[in-house]
Design a protein around this ligand. Sequence first.
Ligand SMILES: [Zn+2]
Length: 385
Amino acid sequence: MPADPVAIARDLLRCPSVTPEEGGALAYLQTLLSQAGFTVHRTIFAEPGTAPIDNLYARIGTQKPNLVFAGHTDVVPPGDDKAWRHPPFAGAVDGGMLYGRGAVDMKGGIACFVAAALDYLAANGAAPQRGSISLLITGDEESVAVNGTIKLLQWAAERGETFDHCILGEPSSQQALGDTIKAGRRGSLNGTLVVRGRQGHVAYPHRADNPIRGLVALIAALQAPLDQGSEHFDPSNLEFTSVDVGNPTVNLIPGEARARFNIRYNDRHSQASLRALIEHRAQAAADGRIRYAFEWPPSNADVFFTAPGPFTDLAMAAIKDVTGRQPQISTTGGTSDARFIKDYCPVLEFGLVGQTMHAVDECVPVTELVALTAIYRRIIEKYFG
Ligand SMILES: [Zn+2]
């Protein structure tokens, strides 16, 4: 009997694994994968100031190439349970839809890959014919993502594990399963602009130096376009997210004003080149008259792009075989754990339609789970075929 992705997804949805809770989700996968012959490792990572996080690495086979599927079992909180049509951790099936927090992001995707792998192994003598299949599953993607994939990859590398190609099962599809595959992500860089003035009474502005004037001038200057986009990416964008003076009184000119911003940047930039560009623009606009400084907190979200090649072709062909669709290659959206995986092997993101992710009544059509399982199954077969 073929492995049932809907049953696996239901079981996973019934584990309340809101970050940082493991919720039984990894234990469930451990049992399922061990029974199928995988060697399964569980590792807990921690560091000061963050919650310890449970992670899982499973592998079957010892040969190269090692095809790895990556994902996360943690989910965002459900919010008000009563706002849901079905309880968020019940795994209810109703009208052909499977409901629950994580149905599309991304327990559904994990269930499909597990079902596809188990089905492939059952059909091929319980081991890959050549090569290995691995799963790299974290419990820390939705929150700060410091004790998850980034450390799991380091841990695996220290054990001598190598990866050849990775599918990250995030919900990449936009409107219909198979319409979009993600082959890269923009980088993300945060900054704070601090303008210094001199505090004083609002009735005597000549005795003070209002930093808000300078801040407004610099904000205007920093909003000029950063580029026109590149072959695979939209234009980079700088967005101010907060302007803060922290002044509770009405008759005081503040001594300092701050503005926070985030830049989503494409492959025309690096973090260093962006910082230099922003500081250059501020310097020109300040023209020696505005006292300012930038704060640049560290960012671990660099831009990347997985160049087209045989692996992308293989995945596209598998998607077309099952859905009839020719996926478009996209680099839009927020960051994902692919930003860490790309340092180890080429990575593509492909999974369910993401429209209800993080929403009340998150759900996935049962037929879509079956179709995604067929696509993953086809990818595995072509990869080792
Ligand atoms: Zn996700």
